[in-house]
Design a binder for this molecule. Sequence first.
Ligand code: AMP
Length: 219
Amino acid sequence: MSNAKYLILLGAPGAGKGTQAGILREKFGLAHISSGDLFRENVSKQTPLGKLAKSYMDKGELVPDDVTIQMVMDRIARPDCAKGVVFDGFPRTAAQAKALDVALAKEGKKINAVLLVNVRDEVLVERLTARWTCPTCGSVYNRLSSPPKIEGKCDKDGSALTQRDDDKPATVKNRLTVYYTQTAPLIDFYRNAGTLRETDGEQSIEQVQAAIVKIVESL
Ligand code: AMP
């Protein structure tokens, strides 16, 4: 029996899943599978999958299950996943959750814990809409935690900062609606499976990390 751990970070966009997944990857030597990052890679390389995904991402909608599941299954098949995985942003629908269970079961593996990161809506909206990028040099700012010296202008070259399409308020609202209708039902799915563990995502990054590490170490 291998002691590789298979973990899911569950929570709304802006809950801090990506940050915590990066920390878990480092600490426990897990592969980090972020479906959002995989899609963004495809978008920047302008692959057929990227072109398809972009049309959904820009609106804050989910990319269809069949292509999403296929993309993640291809990633899981890579050798680095044998030492365990932290899934971030996947699964996001019941069909994805079931496909993941089936794929892991075929390898004699299962999800060990689902780490639900709870953050209230008003905090999520504030976090997501605070991110601004320089179109000239690519610098990223956060209006709350790392603002530019002059509002709306890049510190390095003075360009007017722009917002990622899916971080604009209307799209952020839609991403949250999509989360509550399509992804939040997974909370009960995993609660019934006995794997759900909840954490308060409004604490500092270090406090959330400590809570999650404690859970993972107890598995
Ligand atoms: P994220 O970076 O996880 O917020 O993902 C950005 C966007 O990628 C989402 O708003 C969706 O359009 C798409 N996406 C990421 N993961 C999934 C998934 N598991 N299922 C469907 N669409 C996804």
